[in-house]
Design a protein around this ligand. Structure first.
Ligand code: GDP
Length: 157
C-alpha cells in the first residue's frame, strides 16, 4: 500500500526555544524519517498569533494563548512525509501534558497546557491553511536519497 505524502505545520513555541530544546525536538522528527520542507525563526506579531489561533477566539484562554506565542521567538517548520499529520500529532501527545503519554514530546518534556512546547496541525485542511499562513512564500521541494529506505518509494526492492 502506498501511503499519502502529507505536509504539516509545526511550531516550536517560545518555551521550547527559551529552554534550548528546539534542536532536540527537531531531531526527533528527523529521526522518525520526516523531511524538513521549510524552517524559520519567527518573532510572532499579534496579527499572526490571532490568525493562527482564530479557531479559539472567544475561549477563556484565548488572550493568554495569543500573548504566550508572541512572547519570544518560535521556530516554524513544515514537515513532510507519509501520513505526516497524524504521525506528528502522535509524536506531540495530548494537549494537556499530564495526560500526554511518556515517549511523546509533551509527555517527556512538559507539565502544563500553556507551556506544552509545540503546535502541530490536526487535519489536512488546517495543515494546508497553516502552512500557507506561516510560509506564504511557499516551501522547498526536494527528495533525499534515503527516502526509499524509509517510505514505500522503491520498496520492496
Ligand atoms: P493542541 O492542538 O494540542 O495544541 O491543542 P488546541 O489546538 O486545542 O489548543 C491550542 C493550545 O491552547 C494548546 O496547545 C494549549 O497551549 C492551549 N489550551 C488548549 N486548551 C486549553 C485550556 O483548556 N486551558 C488553557 N489554559 N490552555 C489551553
Amino acid at each position: 500500500m502506498t501511503e499519502a505524502i502529507q505536509r504539516t505545520l509545526v511550531v516550536l513555541k517560545p518555551d521550547a526555544v527559551q529552554r534550548g530544546i528546539a534542536g532536540e525536538l527537531i531531531t526527533r522528527f528527523e529521526r522518525r524519517g520526516l523531511r524538513l520542507a521549510a524552517l524559520r525563526l519567527v518573532q510572532v506579531e499579534r496579527a499572526l498569533a490571532e490568525q493562527h489561533y482564530a479557531v479559539h477566539a472567544g475561549k477563556f484562554f484565548y488572550p493568554d494563548l495569543v500573548k504566550t506565542i508572541s512572547a519570544s521567538p518560535v521556530v516554524a517548520i513544515v514537515l513532510e512525509g507519509p501520513n505526516a499529520i497524524p504521525v506528528v500529532r502522535a509524536m506531540v501527545g495530548a494537549t494537556r501534558p499530564h495526560e500526554a503519554a511518556a515517549g511523546t514530546i509533551r509527555g517527556d518534556y512538559a507539565l502544563v497546557g500553556l507551556r506544552n512546547l509545540i503546535h502541530a496541525s490536526d487535519a489536512p485542511e488546517t495543515a494546508a491553511a497553516e502552512v500557507a499562513l506561516w510560509f506564504p512564500e511557499g516551501v522547498v521541494s526536494y527528495t533525499r536519497d534515503v527516502e526509499r529506505w524509509m517510505t514505500d518509494e522503491g520498496a520492496p526492492a
